[in-house]
Write a new protein. Structure first.
Length: 367
């Protein structure tokens, strides 16, 4: 089958839209017709060489679509199912899966770094027969993709698939960062530093969990407006005000119960730690570019704070994607408000330029 796809051939910040052939799914695999794919900052990092990837590759790890074909042995999904693609299709048998930590699955981590499926080879080729590699076992910036069965999570069919795409990375990471890793409880105070798509989702998770104080912090006024829209009770432009002082002023000089970092900067990491109260919880969702060291005064780590660095918000996608779909359909999770642009695959480079400028909460490639 032939399809259009956005291919990364070299790490110079641009994708090429090409005609690519894709095979039928093999044992344990699923062919998905992609309806929408989110533009994530991790894609941008890969495009600029900050994250390693076997090339050429089709990027995209935040997608949703409809099952078109299933390979032998697939019994969890069927043709016609609406699915969200998960970039954490754990094996279920390795040390970490057996230990109840499937997000750390050893087998999928090794496979992802090679750009292949679990069987050991890619499923896509360029027009001249060159192998094109998978990205995060999703590769959703394409009309079709092949993913492991474990990465195809069914959701209710009345849940719009363009909104569903956001669950695949940003929303799950942020929501889980507040609800699971952050353990936010009713009447808690929360600060979220960095109000991109992940931070906005953390704000929503805190609100749904019942937090009474939710402080959104960013240097971009547009992002602070988005933060207010999705549930922040207070917003702080950290170029103009000190978020640590404001967090302490609001909480009788204690600091917040849960501080969440989603900007990936040395200063925002320090601010997150110093905004939290002794005995509180600190959650790191953002990440610095590979190789960048973080320098912190040791005192910021004291005070019996519980410090967590989590990937995917400590979530279980097969459990949580349907739950988030229900929250959206019940009007409790705001996704429409997070989609700031929809575009065709031919406009994908323009979309990433806008993401880099901070003009997108979430941009979507719509097929």
């Amino acid at each position: 089958m032939d399809m259009k796809a956005a291919v990364l051939r070299e790490t110079k910040g641009k994708l090429s839209v090409e005609n690519i052939s894709i095979d039928s799914p093999k044992t344990g695999e699923v062919l998905v017709k992609i309806v929408a794919s989110g533009l994530c900052h991790t894609d941008w990092e890969t495009m600029h060489g900050f994250q390693s990837q076997v090339l050429p590759a089709i990027l995209g790890h935040e997608g949703a679509g409809i099952v078109e074909e299933v390979g032998p042995g697939v019994d969890r999904v069927k043709v016609g199912d609406h699915v969200v693609c998960s970039w954490n299709p754990n094996c279920g048998i390795c040390f970490y899966c057996d230990s109840g930590q499937p997000i750390l699955c050893e087998i999928q981590s090794r496979i992802k770094s090679k750009g292949v499926m679990f069987e050991g080879t890619p499923r896509m080729k360029s027009a001249d027969g060159e192998s094109v590699f998978h990205y995060s076992l999703v590769s959703s910036h394409a009309e079709y993709t092949i993913i492991p069965e474990a990465g195809a999570v069914p959701v209710r069919k009345d849940f719009p698939l363009d909104r569903a795409a956001l669950l695949g990375c940003a929303v799950m990471t942020g929501y889980g960062g507040a609800v699971y890793a952050g353990n936010v409880r009713p009447e808690n105070s929360v600060i979220v530093i960095g109000c991109g798509a992940v931070g906005l989702s953390a704000i929503q998770g805190a609100k749904i969990a019942g937090a009474s104080i939710i402080i959104g912090v960013d240097i971009n006024s547009k992002k602070l407006d988005w933060a207010k829209t999705v549930g922040a009770t207070h917003v702080v432009n950290s170029k103009e005000e000190d978020p640590i002082k404001i967090a302490r002023d609001i909480t009788d000089d204690r600091g917040v119960d849960c501080a969440i970092e989603s900007a990936g900067q040395n200063e925002s990491i320090r601010q997150t730690l110093e905004s939290s109260r002794p005995g509180g919880r600190v959650v790191f969702l953002g990440k610095t570019p590979y190789g960048v060291e973080v320098n912190l005064p040791f005192y910021t780590l004291m005070g019996d704070r519980e410090i967590v660095r989590t990937s995917y918000g400590s979530s279980r996608p097969r459990r949580d994607f349907p739950k988030l779909a229900n929250l959206y359909m019940d009007g409790k999770l705001l996704l429409d408000e997070m989609i700031t642009d929809r575009m065709s695959i031919e406009e994908i480079n323009k979309g990433f330029d806008e993401l880099e400028k901070g003009n997108l909460a979430r941009g979507l490639i719509v097929f």
